[in-house]
Design a protein around this ligand. Structure first.
Ligand code: AMP
Ligand code: GLY
Length: 423
């Protein structure tokens, strides 16, 4: 089977690594891929948003299965572009990816189908948003409706912050059109958990849980980022909570999307807040999380191709999804200055230390292969993942392995998995 992966970040490297292990796969391509992915796949320099060239390439190479990794192409209809001309695609159609593409859509869906989430109001008019804030309880959360690289969410402690937030999103348009409409949402407290679920349009199967660290600096300080590190499983996501989420969140979400004529096939990422009143949905994403994928996929026992094909064919209920009874921790090595300004182009040393080391992985996010070797080429550069018998061992292993890598301006958080000490 010939497979094409669309994307070129750490998530796609984790997917590509796992796909390359499948005995069914004879040839693997990635567009555009990256230096790490090129070790397991042939990379072709086509942008994830250039659907025309991607489809032409897939026809030329007679691709049997296309896997679309990132949110931008999914929300813009990448899965449709392939399926309309007869390709088998893993990833939701545009009309289902809207669950991530529009926060207002997902909030309305949850309200209509009684899926637990924070109370909210939606605004197209900045004047009305400002008026509403005058009587609202602080802290409060402002969210740009559209995609904003995970950065369009503002947590505001005071009325003044909130008013400035409305200005940033709706008037200064810091996130462009994504901020034409905003959701203003009740602030929730509790532990956050990410649960990625395989979906076939009807059935939904949660994978093992994970927790991300979204802020740039130790102690959850600094700006929001795409994610600075993850651990899996979350010790706070108990079987009982999983059972609750299955009945009150996962199954109802699948049924709601079906009812709306938007069958969801692919990975549904459910961001949860475990509040005092029970688990509530923070957000939905229409894809694997990054870096969540980097701790979840290495623990998946199944052949990922079997699971993806079952999702496409509506046969997920026949799949016995299994994860290893261990733990994994991923520490992101970033360029100093991320998520704002940073330099790139620095030589990365030590990648070979991961060769043939069982249970240790270096997933490439922002790297480039040059004549001198692999160099830094983005804000998030590498995801160093290690497994261990339990979370403590996995964390110790990951923080040992980050020392095997060296590059100028290397930056990381030192407290990934801190919550493990609080269980
Ligand atoms: P989102 O992209 O919607 O997941 O938001 C990014 C981050 O903002 C989440 O991971 C939470 O840490 C935080 N957040 C979002 N919505 C809320 C909320 N209603 N209450 C508290 N924190 C929130
Ligand atoms: N790590 C969060 C995300 O992928 O959106």
């Amino acid at each position: 089977m010939k497979v094409l992966i669309v994307g070129g970040g750490g998530r796609e490297h984790a997917i590509a690594w796992k796909v390359s292990k499948s005995p069914k796969v004879t040839k693997l391509y990635a567009a555009p891929g990256n230096a790490g992915i090129s070790e397991v796949a042939e990379c072709v320099d086509i942008s994830v948003m250039d659907f025309e060239r991607l489809v032409t390439f897939a026809k030329e190479k007679e691709i049997d299965l296309v896997i679309v990794g990132p949110d931008d192409p999914l929300v813009a209809g990448a899965a449709d572009a392939f399926s309309e001309v007869g390709f088998r695609v893993f990833g939701p159609a545009k009309n289902a990816a809207i669950i991530e593409g529009s926060k207002a859509f997902s909030k309305d869906l949850m309200k209509k189908y009684n899926i637990p989430s924070a109370a909210y109001e939606t605004f197209d008019d900045p004047k009305k948003a400002l008026e509403y804030l005058e009587t609202a309880k602080m802290p409060i959360v402002l969210k740009a409706d559209g995609l904003a690289l995970g950065k369009g969410v503002l947590i505001c402690n005071t009325l003044e912050d909130a008013k400035n937030g409305v200005k940033t999103l709706m008037l200064d348009k810091q996130f462009g059109k994504a901020g034409d409409r905003i959701v203003i949402e009740e602030f929730m407290t509790g532990r956050e958990v990410s649960v990625l679920c395989f979906c076939d349009g009807t059935d939904i199967k949660p994978m093992t849980s994970a927790q991300d660290h979204k802020r740039a600096k130790d102690g959850d300080k600094g700006l929001n980022t795409g994610g600075m590190g993850t651990f899996s499983p979350s010790p706070f996501y108990t079987d009982e909570i999983n059972e609750f989420c299955m009945e009150k969140i996962y199954k109802p979400t699948m049924a709601a999307m079906k009812q709306e004529g938007r069958d969801f096939k692919g990975v549904l990422f459910v961001g949860l807040m475990l509040t005092e009143d029970g688990p509530k949905v923070l957000e939905y994403n229409a894809r694997f999380g990054d870096p969540e994928a980097q701790v979840v996929i290495p623990r998946l026992k199944n052949d990922i191709i079997d699971v993806m094909e079952a999702c496409i064919d509506g046969k997920l209920k026949d799949v016995d999804l299994q994860f290893e009874d261990n733990a994994a921790v991923c520490v992101v090595l970033a360029s100093d200055g991320y998520p704002e300004h940073y330099e790139k182009g620095f030589l990365i040393k030590g990648l070979d230390n991961f060769k043939d080391k069982d249970g240790y992985y270096v997933f490439h996010a922002g790297t480039k292969l040059t004549d001198e070797g692999v160099v830094t080429n983005g804000g998030r550069v590498l995801g160093v993942t290690a497994k261990g018998d339990d979370l403590f061992k996995a964390r110790a292993n990951a923080y040992e392995a980050v020392n095997w890598i060296d590059f100028d301006n290397k930056y990381m958080r030192h407290d990934i998995g801190k919550a493990i000490d609080e269980q």
